[in-house]
Each structure stands twice: as C-alpha cells, then as structure tokens.
Design a protein around this ligand. Structure first.
Ligand SMILES: N=CN[C@@H](CCC(=O)O)C(=O)O
Ligand SMILES: [Zn+2]
Length: 422
C-alpha cells in the first residue's frame, strides 16, 4: 500500500493509494480504517488542517525547444504584434532554427528540467507538442525527446504531433505565401500521390513515416495539432491535415480562432475534435458546434495576457454547455509553467469562478486529452495524483498570485511523493 492521507479530525477525508498507484479508498478516516482493516501502509501523510486536490493537468504546452525569445518580448512590449514578428522570420521560425541545431540530448535535458519545474507547481499530467521541427527529421527528434520523457519522467505526458505549426521559413519565403505543397507534404495526400518513398524536394513526408514509428512502438503519438490561423494554415488546409491524423487514430486537438475568426469551432464540431485551444475569436455557431460535438475548449489565459489579445468568451462557452479546460501554453512566447497562475488569470480575465478554474485545470483538462477515466479527480480506481496545499482553504492556490512554492507542500504522483516543500 502506498501513501495514505489521514486527517486526525473525525470529519475529515483521507485517500489510500495501492501499490499500483491507483486510489484504493476515499472517505472519512473512520471509513478508510474500516475498509482497509489489517492493511499496512508504506507511507502515511498527516494532512490535518490542509487541503488535498487532484494533481493539476496542463492541457496545452510546447515544452521542447532551445533558445529563448526574450528579445522578442521587448519588441512586443513596444507594439509589434505576434504575426508581425512571425512574418519577419522571428517567433516560431526563430525557435525552429534553434531546435534544428539542437541535439536530441539537448532537447531532452531542457524538457526534463521543465517537466520537473511543472511538477513542483502541482502539474502531474501535461500535454506536450512537437512543432518546432517542421520537417520529418526534426519533428521526429522532438517527438523522441517527448517519448523518452514518457518513459523516464514522473510526469504523465500526452504527446501531440504538430508538424503543421507553421509553414517552414524557406518555403514561405520562396513562395511569398502559403505553400500548398507543404500542406500536401505533411498530410497523407503526398503519400497517396507519390507512394511509399514519399520524398520531395521539400523533404520527406512526415505523416506516414511517423505512423510507421508508432507501429513499431518507437513513438506513441496521442494527438494531432495544426495552427489554424490566417497566414498559417487556413480552415481548409487544417481540415485536410486533421483528417489524415484522424485516419491515423490520433485525437484531434488543435489551435484555432486565436488571432482571427477561422471557423475553428465549427471545424472541430464537423471533425469531432477532442479539443480546440485559444478560441479568442470563436463564433457563436462555433460554440454551438463544440457543445454538440463535446469538444473541450482549452483556454490559455497567459497568451491573451502577454499578447494583449481579447479574451475568449469563456462564460458564453460554459453557459452553452462547452467544457472549458485550461493550459499554460508554455512556449518561448508565453513563458509560464505554473497552472496556479493560469487559474488565477482565468478567474480575473476570463471570469471563471475559482471552482470552475479548478475543474478546468483538472477533470476538464484530463477530458481534453481523453484521460478523464484515469486522471483529473480523486476517485477510486483513478491514478493517485494529488497536491497537498498548506492551507485550510484550497482557494489560496488561485487567490495568491505567486510564491506558490510556499503553499504546495507535497506533489504526489501515483502514490509517490515527487515533490516536497523545502
Ligand atoms: N499559436 C501558436 N502556437 C503557440 C505559440 C508558439 C510560439 O510562439 O512559439 C501558442 O499556442 O501560443
Ligand atoms: Zn500552442
């Protein structure tokens, strides 16, 4: 038996986690005693007067990269927009250059460090994207770094292939616009036309090659993503790319309606997407389509805050029955690994209540990744992922704007202590 939290007071709750890291019992101390009579525990934590919440789930991150973009932060503060920086070859393109120069080991080392930092802020499940390689070799390198972290790091990771994060710079600049060949190349269309060799002057076709790596067990891709945005991948290109990913059995989880209205909500409904992120410019019809298709809206309050964008209509989504999840959007543009801070921003800027923010950062975020049966709440049979907060009220985690290290006493992952307050 792994850790069991026993509140000393008669009316408080405890949890017991079994040797496989699953929650075995939940209830009042007396009930747990009765249910697990005769069991011995390797570890007991007395959390009297403190709070236990589920491990936080970060539904959207880009954690594999080298080279920060602190220089661009100054440009953006001075008024440059995200797309102006991108169109000049900065932004994602800058990071692509750095990632292409980096070795797999380098990428893994920084990913490992970041995942550990996320754990200390209470995150126990994270979605992690590729998308700074933009060719087969470098997308695979990123996905291999994520795969290694899946095996070696305590964090649970849902991996996302995001080869359609941007049109590669060379292609973009050669054609002065969106290159249909790139869309063809990263979707199955090139493969269908040209057969298995799948080489073009633009490189190798990633999609079938990645499928093969998944089939041999070298990689395990969970989701496919595309940046559905004006000047990047339009709605039709996004549809084609996502459809091929769906054929591969990957869950559709894409960036949409961030800077311009792209009918991404409608597209998500049409394709039965698991999740769409951003949605600052989602339409009413898009919200309806997502509600009907049970597509989770992954909202990223750090991005709208940093880029000074309008905030997504979170209340309207909740009222229309769309499940709202939260993500940190950790990337070189939005350098935030802290879900407690994200929850705070969601309450202040998106008008979520603190309880809604907690649900959005746990069970709804797990649902956006297809993991709600195993993660996101403290129920019997689910993974024993918990955060113990050094306060009688869990709301302090949202209310306090920083210094969460003083609040987070333990982070427990599948029954094991993976972080303890210093
Ligand atoms: N919008 C597209 N992708 C990321 C940003 C990636 C980057 O700027 O490096 C996002 O979700 O915010
Ligand atoms: Zn993103």
């Amino acid at each position: 038996m792994w850790p069991c939290w026993r509140e000393k007071k008669e009316k408080e709750w405890g949890w017991a986690v079994d040797g496989d890291g699953k929650i075995e019992a939940v209830g009042l101390d007396s009930e747990i005693d009765a249910a697990l009579q005769g069991c011995t525990f390797d570890h007991v934590i007395d959390a009297s007067g403190q709070c236990v919440i589920p491990g936080l789930v970060d539904a959207h991150t880009h954690p594999v990269w080298e080279g920060d973009r602190v220089h661009e932060f100054a440009m953006k503060l001075a008024g440059a927009t995200y797309m102006e920086v991108h169109a000049k070859g900065g932004g994602i393109h800058y990071t692509v250059d750095c990632v292409r120069r980096a070795s797999l080991d380098q990428l893994y080392t920084s990913l490992d460090r970041r995942l550990t930092a996320m754990l200390t802020t209470g995150t126990t499940v994270v979605e992690a994207k590729s998308g700074y390689g933009l060719d087969l070799e470098n997308e695979t390198k990123m996905l291999r770094a994520i795969e290694r972290a899946k095996r070696e790091h305590a964090m649970t990771i849902s991996s996302t292939y995001c080869g359609a994060h941007a049109i590669p710079k060379l292609v973009h600049f050669m054609r002065f616009g969106i290159d249909p060949d790139y869309i063809e190349l990263i979707s199955m269309e090139y493969h269908r036309k040209h057969g298995r060799g799948c080489n073009s002057r633009r490189g190798k076709c990633p999609d079938p090659a990645l499928r093969e790596l998944c089939a041999t067990g070298e990689l395990s891709i969970d989701n496919i993503d595309v940046f559905c945005e004006k000047g990047v991948f339009d709605t039709d290109a996004s549809r084609r790319i996502l459809s091929t990913g769906k054929d591969a059995g990957w869950k559709l989880n894409f960036h949409g309606d961030e800077l311009f209205p792209m009918n991404s909500g409608e597209l998500a409904g049409e394709l039965g997407a698991h999740a769409v992120s951003h949605l600052e410019n989602v339409s009413v019809a898009g919200i309806e389509a997502m509600a009907t298709a049970n597509t989770v809206a992954v909202l990223l309050p750090t991005t709208a805050y940093i880029l000074r964008l309008q905030h997504p209509p979170a209340r309207q989504m909740i009222e229309r029955g769309v499940a709202v999840a939260l993500g940190s959007d950790f990337n070189p543009n939005a350098y935030c690994m802290s879900m407690p801070l994200v929850m705070h921003l969601a309450c202040v800027n998106l008008h979520l209540t603190m309880s809604e923010a907690l649900a959005a950062a746990t069970i709804n975020a797990a649902a956006s990744l297809g993991l709600s049966e195993s993660h996101g709440s403290l129920e019997i049979g689910k993974n024993g992922d918990m955060v113990i907060i050094n306060s009688a009220r869990w709301e302090h985690l949202v209310y306090q704007l920083g210094c969460h290290n003083q609040l987070i006493k333990y982070v427990i992952k599948e029954g094991k202590i993976v972080h303890r307050q210093q």
